[in-house]
Design a protein around this ligand. Structure first.
Ligand code: MLT
Length: 412
């Protein structure tokens, strides 16, 4: 008799974005003539930039030549890309990160989930609402087992991100070991300041905790006062892992390339309380379970740091931020209350009246043919909210905003 991992049976039936895709498909099948505007999942729509495409072609040709062909690459990633990341991402911030501390991967979704492989049973804290991968992977791992009536897992310390605290997670009064933070935040679109992060670094130092800092959306920061990396905060090297991605930075959602930073000073503790380098464990994990991202894709990611790549990538991000502005202006005119869309591609909107998140999702799908993400899918504190992404096509975004503005909102 083969035993399964029972923890999987404690998960909701479907991952949030699979659930949404299922509902949308069902609606589309029943209403084939309706054209839907999809502003739900944060998937990029602009094509890869010319500098990236040109590099991809060159790298493909290299793979077809005897003298430039490459087989297995380093599990940690090619040095050329890791060096480019240090030079272009961390040195300008004054953050002291070494090439060895960068691990190239196929996505922050994978890394934020896989990282639990190297940690034992810990007391976990996470923002509520938050990216659903954090809670789902903790359920899979057995760190979250008892689902309470409040829709919260008993073992998890939820950090409410609500209007009253400006949607910023605050350190708890309790003792936690592993803390998920995401800034600029998915889904609320709110970015943490130096002071906000300093509080967390201090908490982690005091409690011997580790912060898992998801910075997948850092490229959308427009306010120069907002930190792009947790390593801009003194002391963070010894308490934080940072996840970053080329997905939203340069349209690699389909191409797949990201990286995780694990400083060598970061320590966890074994059963006897002896300190252990977290870097060693992740390096060991990756060497065994991962064979790296393809050479072709790593070359494409490196192209983002060429002058042309930088300019083209910034232009694409600028276009998404223009969408965000259009959405914000439209929502203001229509009388909605919302956050985000300034340092982030996400806009976090309060449902009108007393509408629930899924109710609003269905309402927008059926009446306006617009797909959004229901806030409740990100955690109990997301109930009563929905999320709009600025990653849509510009014309479709304008159409969606026009529909929202023209609609008679009797719910307010
Ligand atoms: C989202 O919509 O929250 C993201 O696109 C999901 C992801 O990056 O995996």
């Amino acid at each position: 008799m083969t035993r399964i991992n029972d923890n999987f049976q404690r998960l909701p039936n479907r991952y949030l974005f699979s659930e949404i895709a299922g509902r949308v498909k069902q609606y589309q099948q029943a209403n084939p003539k309706r054209t839907l505007i999809k502003l739900g999942i944060g998937d990029t729509t602009q094509p890869l930039s010319p500098a990236i495409i040109q590099t991809l072609h060159t790298a493909v040709d290299e793979m077809g030549q005897l003298d430039t062909y490459r087989g297995y690459g380093p599990e940690q990633g090619y040095l050329f890309l890791r060096q480019a990341i240090v030079d272009h991402e961390y040195l300008p911030l004054g953050a002291n990160i070494h090439v060895d501390e960068i691990f190239i991967s196929d996505g922050s979704k994978c890394d934020t989930g896989n990282i639990l492989d190297i940690f034992g049973p810990n007391r976990i804290a996470m923002s509520d609402p938050s990216y659903p991968v954090y809670i789902d992977t903790n359920v899979m791992q057995g760190n979250a087992q008892i689902l309470m009536e409040s829709n919260q897992y008993q073992e998890i310390e939820y950090l409410p991100c609500i209007k009253e605290n400006g949607y910023i997670p605050q350190p708890p009064a309790t003792d936690v070991d592993l803390i998920y933070l995401c800034s600029p935040n998915n889904p609320t679109g709110v970015a943490m300041t130096h002071q906000d992060l300093e509080k967390w670094v201090k908490y982690a130092q005091t409690h011997h905790a580790i912060i898992l800092f998801d910075a997948a959306y850092e490229r959308y920061i427009t306010d120069p006062a907002i930190p792009h990396s947790i390593y801009e905060i003194p002391g963070a090297r010894a308490v934080a892992i940072e996840f970053r991605s080329f997905s939203k930075t340069a349209g690699f959602t389909g191409t797949r390339c990201a990286y995780t930073v694990i400083p060598k000073d970061l320590l966890g503790f074994d059963q006897e309380g002896n300190p252990v380098k977290v870097w060693d464990l992740w390096n060991r994990r990756q060497s065994t379970k991962f064979n790296g991202v393809s050479y072709i894709i790593q070359r494409a990611a490196e192209a983002i740091y060429t002058p042309a790549g930088k300019a083209e990538t910034s232009a694409i991000i600028g276009n998404y931020l223009k969408n965000a502005k259009i959405i914000r202006e439209g929502l203001t005119e229509a009388g909605f209350e919302f956050q985000g869309g300034i340092n982030s591609p996400y806009i976090w909107v309060r449902c009108p009246g007393n509408m629930g998140s899924w109710e609003m999702f269905d309402y927008l799908l059926h009446n306006l043919n617009i797909v959004v993400t229901p806030g409740a899918g990100f955690g109990p504190a997301g109930e009563g909210y929905f999320r709009i992404t600025a990653f849509g096509d510009a014309t479709a975004t304008r159409q969606a905003v026009a529909k929202i503005k023209a609609h008679q909102w009797i719910h307010f």
